[in-house]
Design a protein around this ligand. Structure first.
Ligand code: NAP
Length: 280
């Protein structure tokens, strides 16, 4: 009917494409480095996606008929709830270094169960069990919560993105800086490969209950990488360790912010009786 929203919960602020009521993949943090790539790959494959973003830029309006931008905020539960209308699959990407990562993950899982989502893909990180990295601990807890939820899931664990390091900046400054020891071996992955992997797992039920580490290169230290760039460019490049605080645009949260109470731990595990659609 003219003047009526195309579906209940339609957000007027997003691009007014009606994707239809079925087969929509909700992608969170869709304006981020990884989310943007995921949305691009889904669109190029003709898979219907709803990009959950805090801001919709004019240039993001999409005419493809398979993508829409939905304006919302993780801390506005009502906007999240509305974003689930018509969704049958979820690609959940948390913002990095956010104190509420666990609570956001729980909410996404709860809403997915309420909406009978048939596949929940979670973007985690490689080796989430490393306690020294508080942000990784949050990802581990969200993984546990997802596994216990009974939802059909796939967990993606990318290593460090290659795009975190700007070659142009390295060549300009002569410094290759990393927030860890320059003698630590690390593998890298291209974020476009992460997005391809996301699209592949979301296309096929055979990835249910699988966890994939996503790695694109052989392990290499920052010192070796700096030497390699020196050889290839003919410039002198030095590897340098910097504080993690220097790579994010706000101070890294203290461990206290990430500490998880016993209550949170218990909440992270919905009882198995509640899990209505446990797969295999
Ligand atoms: N980078 C890596 O090397 C790497 C490796 C493995 C795993 N990961 C994980 O991948 C995830 C995504 O990383 P990324 O580098 O793509 O992040 P990113 O570029 O910083 O993007 C984060 C996005 O989250 C959105 N966001 C922040 N707060 C929000 C809120 N309250 N409500 C809704 N949206 C909100 C931001 O929206 P705005 O654009 O509006 O600010 C932004 O687009 C993180 O969990 C990270 O730990 C990253």
């Amino acid at each position: 009917m003219e003047g009526q929203p195309p579906f209940p919960g339609f957000n007027e602020a997003c691009h007014p494409i009606n994707l239809g009521a079925l087969n929509v993949i909700l992608v969170t943090s869709a304006n981020g480095h990884i989310g943007k790539e995921v949305v691009n790959v889904l669109r190029s494959r003709g898979m219907k996606a709803r990009a959950f973003v805090r801001k919709v830029e004019r240039e993001q309006e999409d005419q493809s008929g398979v993508l829409e931008y939905f304006k919302g905020d993780f801390f506005d539960r009502e906007s999240l709830r509305r974003a689930f209308v018509g969704v049958d699959r979820v690609m959940h990407i948390s913002p990095p270094h956010i104190p509420g990562e666990f609570a956001i993950g729980q909410t996404m899982i709860e809403l997915s169960r309420e909406h009978h989502v048939r596949h929940f893909a979670l973007l985690s990180a490689i080796h989430p069990f490393i306690d020294a990295l508080p942000a990784h601990r949050m990802k581990l807890l969200v993984q546990q919560c997802l596994i216990d939820s009974g939802l059909p899931f796939t967990i993606l664990q990318p290593t460090v993105l290659m795009q975190n390091t700007s070659l142009a900046q390295v060549l300009k400054t002569g410094i290759l800086s990393v927030p860890y020891s320059i003698d630590r071996h690390m593998s890298f992955v291209d974020r476009r490969d992460v997005a391809e992997a996301a699209a592949i797992v979301l296309s096929d039920d055979k990835h249910f209950r699988a966890t994939y580490e996503l790695v694109g290169t052989e392990p290499i230290t920052a010192r070796e990488l700096a030497d390699l760039v020196s050889q290839e460019s003919g410039r002198s490049i030095e590897a340098k360790q910097i504080s993690p605080d220097a790579i994010i645009d706000r101070p890294i949260f203290s461990k206290r912010d990430f500490r998880v109470s016993e209550d949170d731990n218990n909440r992270a595990r919905p009882s198995r009786d509640d899990a209505s659609n446990e797969s295999s």
